[in-house]
Design a protein around this ligand. Sequence first.
Ligand SMILES: Nc1ncnc2c1ncn2[C@@H]1O[C@H](COP(=O)(O)OP(=O)(O)OP(=O)(O)O)[C@@H](O)[C@H]1O
Length: 373
Amino acid sequence: MTAKPAPGRDRFRLPLWGQRGTAGASIPAQLTFENIVQTYGGLNVLDGVSLTVRPGELVCLLGHSGCGKTTLLRIAAGVEAPTSGRVLMDGLEVSGPSAFVEPERRGIGLMFQDYALFPHMTVLQNVKFGLKDLSAKEADIAARRALSRVGLEHYAEEFPHTLSGGEQQRVALARSIAPRPGVLLMDEPFSNLDRRMRDAIRDETVAILRETKATTIVVTHDPEEAMRIADRIVLMRSGTIIQEGSSEEIYRRPVNLFAARFFCDFNEIPGEVRNGLAHCPVGVFPAPGLSDGPAVVCVRPQGVRLKPAGLCLPGRVVSRRFLGEVDLVHIDVAGVERPLQARVHDPVGAKPGQDVGIEIDPKDVLVFAAADA
Ligand SMILES: Nc1ncnc2c1ncn2[C@@H]1O[C@H](COP(=O)(O)OP(=O)(O)OP(=O)(O)O)[C@@H](O)[C@H]1O
């Protein structure tokens, strides 16, 4: 176990990332976590996390509350030192047994959920705050350029409390990109925005990040948000990475039931695997690679189709809700404890009490060993 860095311990100055001049595109850095362990009160909050974020890549750290996402960001930023393991930027150790680079010398930008704007400073002063290495004139130019990039140049002399939540978010973004960080770390940056404006601001933010080219890690607990913005999603659970990949890879081929449940509200039906096939009350489905034994058959609600009664698996409609683009229909099926959920475009006039036929699209079915649950 490595001790936390003590004052006077081997530190080195890093002109490399620390001073990138005025606003404009960043020189993206590669950020590497090597076997990071972080222990609080004898508990491993991070338990051997290894991850490389490529230059210019946008990675989303996704996981439930308390799984260690923020702790990993804090370690990357240098606000905390890991109990063991190393953090490297472009291959050079910035946290670890042989070095600890101060946060302000890492060239890492931070943006928090609450934006952390200073209320007594104008918008321009807030954005200039991180530009202390520049002359007053250079800082002014860089800050105004960052503000213009987020479309808020006209708000330079306003105070934060006079701005809407979405505008404050953009000021915080301008402040974090103004020093042209090689790496940008964002902790739940959209969670304070109401749903109506979140999608637009999220897309706008991603477009700005692409333009600035900074290597970016965004922490979120919202799978839809991660799918919407990430080049790569890193799914965490209890201080470990359980899967990483593109949103499509994780959605279509989750490594276990936990990962599957994160992205879809499945119908979960107990079944039995025999000779590579899962048998359950709604059908028989391929279960490649699974040993014989109890299983959970997971059926996506959009994979359940309604047909006229008598043609296929019989069911009886329990309820139907109009959700706009689809209807959510609950259907009782013999042998299945809870009604099946179906998200259907064509509910064939389904009314509560009506008998229907059910077809299940095998591409919307995943099977896991019951022990995995
Ligand atoms: N300084 C600390 N001292 C003790 N425990 C801590 C400290 N910082 C974090 N923890 C604990 O470590 C665990 C992980 O916290 P962390 O904030 O990294 O999780 P998270 O995934 O970011 O959660 P959230 O989405 O709620 O922010 C939590 O159980 C938290 O209580």
